[in-house]
Design a binder for this molecule. Structure first.
Ligand SMILES: NC(=O)c1ccc[n+]([C@@H]2O[C@H](COP(=O)([O-])OP(=O)(O)OC[C@H]3O[C@@H](n4cnc5c(N)ncnc54)[C@H](O)[C@@H]3O)[C@@H](O)[C@H]2O)c1
Length: 463
């Protein structure tokens, strides 16, 4: 099928490259010329395992193109994905200006046969109808000069084109760091629309994935497809992220109680996670959730509830537990070092999770800001940030090129991101390079005994 993906970030580029990989003809549109230049050359502008390889494969097979020309993308696609960012406004609601701009442009260029416009971006409930309205506005604006030139009324022409497109909600659940894997091996695909024609086209698009033709385990049963109304599809995305964020806040709250009563949260999480009603995932206590999705999506849902006269007490509590949790490492540093002014603290990891270069709303940013405020010098080592040299607007932190340079002269280390390679560092050597061999394991990721043998004073979260 002919597909156009507008917005080539973590979601759009992965979606475009994976759809090209399974045989669709894809045009990816982005208004960032630098990004488009890189992608045309087969380079991914983001760090995402496996992405460059499938991009290059699709380019060689002429299955994918990259452009800044949205008109060309809209003309090409039978299915048009909107995959631009929807960041938080200071009020907590979603900033829809990028979606609006794209919807208007789609309207301005919509032509030819029937098209399906897909909201892949995470958008507030009700956005399906809103996008439809903006597309129609875009069409109307374009029609104005035509009416005087060619006859016929604007409303007639809009009506003709209106019948030629539908809007579908198809929220995305991929995880940064395993986005390509997740796209080929989804837990489910959610499609929201009241148009049987649009739903049929979306089913055809995803058929190879649903049939597990590109799955790691092709013998699994087909991927469940949840077909529903557009509002429910939009709500499924928010409810999923709000649930996961709440689950993490829950285990962090229990960890804080464990710290006080002398229980071990790792054992507690294992004990409750074996209950099939609870499940073991998202029960790792630590320095809290962050990233480009959970904080903004939970805030947006709280805001939506508010708009409709409901106070989301549980979600607000999940946010407030998380805000406190993000500074738990500072409490622990003060417990051990007492005064932090004039001390040097080294952060192991900067990104909000391993295997990504995404720094949006990363817990490390709060830590850096607070440590700076307390007069502490902050150094950091991160496998991706240190190697690429891309600073992501970081300030107040000295980024080191390797873990030993990080340890050198530190009064304490804080493990912020559970990068796999942090399990195998030469901790004995690092301990010798430090002023005080103290480590706060902010993800309960390391083995306490091994660190103690290496000479560290070890503190985890709730252990
Ligand atoms: N990142 C994730 O893990 C993830 C997971 C699920 C859902 N989502 C949702 O998907 C959406 C996209 O997220 P992301 O992380 O990929 O965002 P991103 O910021 O990484 O990418 C957005 C892209 O859109 C481009 N863009 C902005 N305006 C444009 C325009 N007018 N025309 C063309 N391109 C334009 C930007 O240049 C950028 O490349 C968001 O709504 C997000 O909530 C993200």
């Amino acid at each position: 099928m002919r597909v156009c993906v507008i917005g080539t970030g973590y979601v759009g580029l992965v979606t475009g490259a994976c759809l090209a990989h399974i045989g669709h003809q894809v045009i990816c549109v982005d208004n960032n010329e630098e990004k488009v230049k890189l992608m045309k050359a087969g380079q991914s502008p983001i760090f995402e395992p496996g992405l460059s390889e499938i991009m290059q494969f699709a380019i060689q097979n002429e299955q994918i193109e990259f452009t800044t020309d949205i008109a060309a993308g809209v003309a090409h696609g039978e299915i048009l994905f909107i995959a631009v960012g929807t960041p938080s406004l200071p009020t907590g609601e979603s900033d829809m200006r990028y979606v609006e701009a794209v919807a208007r442009e789609i309207g301005a260029h919509l032509n030819g046969g029937y098209k399906v416009i897909v909201n892949k971006s995470t958008v507030p409930i009700g956005s399906g109808d809103w996008v439809r309205m903006i597309v129609l506005d875009g069409i109307t604006e374009r029609q104005k000069p035509l009416v005087t030139a060619g006859g016929g009324t604007t409303s007639q022409r809009v009506f003709e084109i209106e019948a030629k497109f539908d809007v579908v909600s198809n929220p995305e659940f991929l995880r940064e760091g395993s986005a390509v894997y997740d796209t080929f091996n989804p837990d489910r695909i959610v499609l929201g629309s009241n148009s049987p024609r649009a739903l049929a086209m979306m089913q055809e698009l995803y058929a190879p994935i649903v049939k597990r033709q590109y799955a790691t385990d092709p013998f699994l049963p087909p991927v469940p497809v949840v077909m529903t109304d557009i509002n429910s599809a939009e709500m499924i995305k928010y409810a999923a992220n709000a649930f996961l964020a709440t689950k993490i806040s829950f285990i962090n709250e229990v960890a804080n109680i464990c710290d006080r009563v002398g229980a071990d949260i790792s054992q507690v999480a294992k004990g409750i996670g074996l209950d099939s009603r609870i499940g073991s995932r998202f029960l790792q206590a630590g320095v809290g959730w962050g990233g480009s999705c959970f904080p903004k999506d939970v805030s947006a849902l709280i805001h939506t509830a508010d708009d409709y006269g409901y106070e989301a007490h549980l979600l607000k509590a999940a946010v407030s537990v998380n805000q406190r949790q993000r500074l738990i490492a500072i409490e622990k540093l003060q417990q051990v070092l007492k005064i932090l002014k004039g001390k040097t603290v080294g952060l192991l990891g900067l990104t909000f999770k391993p295997d990504t270069d995404d720094m949006r709303d990363a817990p490390a940013l709060n830590l850096i800001e607070h440590l700076n405020r307390l007069g502490t010098k902050v150094k950091a080592y991160d496998p991706v940030v240190s190697q690429t040299g891309i600073r992501h607007g970081l300030c107040g932190v000295q980024v080191e090129t390797d873990p030993e340079r990080l340890a050198d002269g530190c009064d304490a280390l804080v493990l912020v991101t559970e990068w796999q390679q942090f399990r195998n560092l030469d901790y004995s050597r690092m301990a010798r390079l430090m002023n005080n061999p103290v480590i706060i394991d902010g993800r309960n990721f390391l083995e306490r005994e091994e660190l103690q043998q290496a000479g560290f004073y070890y503190l985890g979260v709730g252990r």
